[in-house]
Design a protein around this ligand. Structure first.
Ligand code: ZN
Length: 485
């Protein structure tokens, strides 16, 4: 029924160019009709993407099989190519491909409604999600019941659709609900996302019992403190109590766990107060300069030199003939790349990767290295993928997929020199000649250190310099003297 798609990219682009200049002389009734027609087209486009993705998957797997790729490794790298084409993360690529295959093989009625432009990709995802624990036979029954009449599923709201799918699934197979809960509990996790106004959203997906209990403890503590005259709001007390208990285990203590690692990347100009360029906290993202200075000033520190020739970024001391990426070089990839280098991925770096594999003569060096997440590294190792470093203003890698499409990834901009906190109280200095010269010859513009920097200097002064030759000077220049010139 959906075995192939009859259009190609050229025809779709021709249509898209027409759409980019919609007729201006519409009345309001026509405008609403156009909005509906475009909505249907959007759904149909997504359905067509699903059909083509499933075709692509089947074709790539057949190709891999014909080349002798073991069955267990067939399909590797396919979702990642779809993700690159859709300009989304590999994780989303796997979701899209998984959904496409489920629609093709297990939810034909839902697919029909989708391809007719009657339901959105999100609704389709809800049907797939709510029937995931059922046997194929039961799943097809729910599919027929829900979407056999396309007008009915089209008229349903998201909440109504979920409730109806759950009811049908429960009636068909109550045991799957038990299984589903067990599986859902194994998915428990904690995530951190940036929130507006330099806040962060820490969320936890928990079994209902744990979630309710944690919330009850926080509520009780807030009520108790409010009753004893605490002026903070209920929400503030709950948030503060959560942080204090997690970080210290002691509800009355403040401060952070000394063993926790927080990586802050910030340029010297920011510390000096000369620049309001953003800093970068690993695992969170950019932070404004004033917050970066505040963080820099509130940690004890020792100092370690990372670069021998920082002005060129050359890692003379770190280049290695060993295939295994040395720890220091791996640390550099994490600091330089910040997140997985695959375009649109954003996942944390888990693997230090040779861009050109060591087996093909790739060096273990900064230019030939990149940080990748686990999934992207496995995808890159699949047959037909190649990558090479490319010249660029910053570190650039060109990855070519088995279909011959190329994607470039450039490391994020970070001004040099910079200080890097590699764990609380552990600072890594990446200094340049420019900075050293400026400190050696203070100008009228910089007669003394900026007060905020003085604070950072104080922290640096109390260093444990066991890892490097660090002059114990009250001025930052003393520390920079450790950098050989
Ligand atoms: Zn990745």
């Amino acid at each position: 029924m959906f075995e192939s798609c009859r259009v190609d990219a050229g025809r779709v682009r021709a249509l898209a160019s027409e759409l980019s200049t919609p007729a201006a002389d519409l009345d309001d009734q026509e405008r609403i009709e156009l909005i509906r027609a475009l909505e249907e087209l959007k759904c149909m486009s997504e359905a067509a993407q699903a059909v083509v993705s499933a075709d692509f998957d089947a074709s790539q797997r057949a190709d891999q099989a014909s080349r002798g790729v073991p069955r267990a490794r067939q399909g590797r790298g396919v979702a990642e190519q779809i993700a690159l084409a859709r300009r989304e993360s590999p994780h989303r690529g796997r979701q899209h491909l998984g959904l496409a295959n489920i629609l093709r093989h297990e939810l034909p009625h839902t697919m029909t409604a989708f391809a007719a432009g009657r339901i959105t990709e999100w609704k389709v995802t809800l049907v797939a999600r709510e029937t995931a624990c059922l046997s194929l036979e039961d799943r097809r029954r729910v599919d027929a019941e829900l979407a056999g009449n396309p007008e009915r599923i089209e008229a349903m709201g998201d909440g109504e659709l979920v409730a109806e799918a759950r009811r049908l699934a429960y009636e068909l197979d109550a045991a799957s609900f038990v299984e589903r809960r067990r599986k859902a509990e194994s998915d428990r996790r904690v995530a951190l996302r940036p929130a507006p106004d330099v806040m962060s959203q820490l969320s936890a997906l928990l079994p209902v019992k744990d979630g309710v209990e944690v919330y009850a403890v926080l509520t009780r503590e807030a009520d108790r403190r409010r009753a004893s005259g605490d002026p903070r709001s209920r929400g503030q007390i709950m948030a503060d109590t959560l942080v204090q208990r997690v970080l210290s285990g002691d509800p009355f203590a403040t401060g952070t766990d000394p063993d926790v690692m927080v990586n802050l990347v910030v340029s010297d100009a920011v510390l000096w107060g000369d620049s309001d360029e953003a800093g970068h906290v690993q695992g969170y993202g950019p932070v404004p300069a004033d917050l970066a200075r505040e963080m820099a000033g509130t940690v004890g520190a020792w100092l370690r030199r990372l670069y021998v020739r920082p002005e060129t970024g050359s890692l003379v001391a770190m280049d290695s003939a060993a295939r295994q990426v040395p720890a220091k070089l791996g640390q550099l990839f994490r600091l330089r790349d910040q997140v997985c280098r695959t375009p649109w991925c954003d996942a944390p770096i888990r693997h230090n990767d040779h861009v050109t594999p060591a087996i093909d003569g790739g060096e273990t060096s900064e230019p030939n290295g990149q940080g990748l997440c686990e999934a992207c590294n496995y995808a890159k190792e699949a047959a037909g993928w190649t990558a090479r470093p490319r010249p660029g203003p910053r570190h650039t890698v060109e990855t070519t997929t088995p279909t011959g499409h190329s994607y470039e990834s450039t490391s994020p901009p970070l001004t040099s020199p910079r200080f890097v906190e590699t764990r609380p109280g552990v600072w890594t200095l990446r200094a340049s000649l420019a900075l050293k010269e400026r400190i050696d010859a203070p100008t009228a513009h910089h007669p003394t250190a900026h007060p905020r920097v003085a604070k950072a200097e104080y922290q640096v002064r109390g260093v444990n310099s066991g890892h490097d030759r660090v002059a114990h000077s009250p001025r930052m220049s003393g520390c920079l003297a450790a950098v050989p010139t």
